[in-house]
Design a protein around this ligand. Structure first.
Ligand SMILES: Nc1ncnc2c1ncn2[C@@H]1O[C@H](COP(=O)(O)OP(=O)(O)O)[C@@H](O)[C@H]1O
Ligand SMILES: [Mg+2]
Length: 223
């Protein structure tokens, strides 16, 4: 995803107007989606407490955090890098397999618990059913533009966090406590503090700390 040449022309995406995401193909055959910094809908981003630059950055940092935390989180978050396409810097994410708008993974603890933990930790503001894919077996979370929210930022949707609380399953699992402890024991937050703006890195640490104190994932919109 970092080095392979692009082949052919961009294909349209389902939401051409919003943040100008382009579907592209790499020389090895992988289908990828490019979201340029220049395509950020600035008024929308500011309404979410983001900036003109944070959405593509937060797409890639979400994947780096999933990699740093390891399984099961790196198995449900879409791989994403920062890369230029046609002279535009942006985020490039790998096509997730499956279809949108299926609520099955919100009812399946194997998917819902790690997705809710991850969305709570990254302060995901926009986890509606168009922002995941389900193939009947595998969940993939996409669209991490509106994440790493600051305290009191607005929430649009938080379907997995709401489902986990709704099913009385908010208590942290052992591997979740271990992941938070690992994140907080590193002064650089496993590398994330170098990628995020300082106040957003601090907010990430504060959420991790609060989750450990309470022994629960945070409530929807609790950033
Ligand atoms: N990794 C991906 N896998 C599959 N489809 C994607 C992926 N990234 C983007 N898309 C497609 O592009 C659309 C817009 O991308 P998204 O990241 O959701 O941005 P936004 O909602 O801000 O426009 C998605 O609804 C989806 O149709
Ligand atoms: Mg989206």
């Amino acid at each position: 995803m970092l080095d392979e040449a692009f082949v052919g022309l961009p294909a349209p995406t389902t939401s051409p107007g919003v943040n100008a995401t382009k579907q592209l193909e790499l020389a090895g055959g992988a289908i990828v989606f490019h979201k340029p910094f220049s395509g950020v809908h600035v008024a929308n981003a500011i309404a979410y407490g983001q900036t003109d630059e944070t959405p593509p950055l937060h797409e890639a940092v979400s994947w780096r955090l999933a990699v740093a935390l390891g399984p099961p989180w790196d198995e449900i978050v879409v791989p994403c890098v920062l890369r230029e396409y046609a002279g535009e810097d942006g985020s490039l994410s790998l096509r997730a397999i499956g279809w949108p708008r299926d609520t099955a993974p919100t009812l399946n603890p194997t998917c819902c618990l790690p997705a809710a933990f991850f969305d709570s930790l990254i302060a995901q503001q926009d986890r509606h059913d168009g922002n995941w894919r389900w193939d009947g077996n595998q969940l993939t979370l996409i669209d991490h533009g509106y994440t790493f929210a600051l305290p009191r930022a607005i929430l649009n949707y938080s379907d997995f966090v709401a489902a986990r609380h709704g099913h009385g399953a908010a208590n942290l699992l052992t591997e979740e406590r271990d992941a938070l402890t690992r994140l907080l024991s590193d002064s650089d937050l496993l590398g994330m503090a170098r990628f995020l703006l300082p106040d957003r890195a601090q907010a990430l640490a504060d959420r991790a700390q609060l989750m450990l104190q309470r022994g629960e994932v945070l409530r929807p919109g609790e950033f």
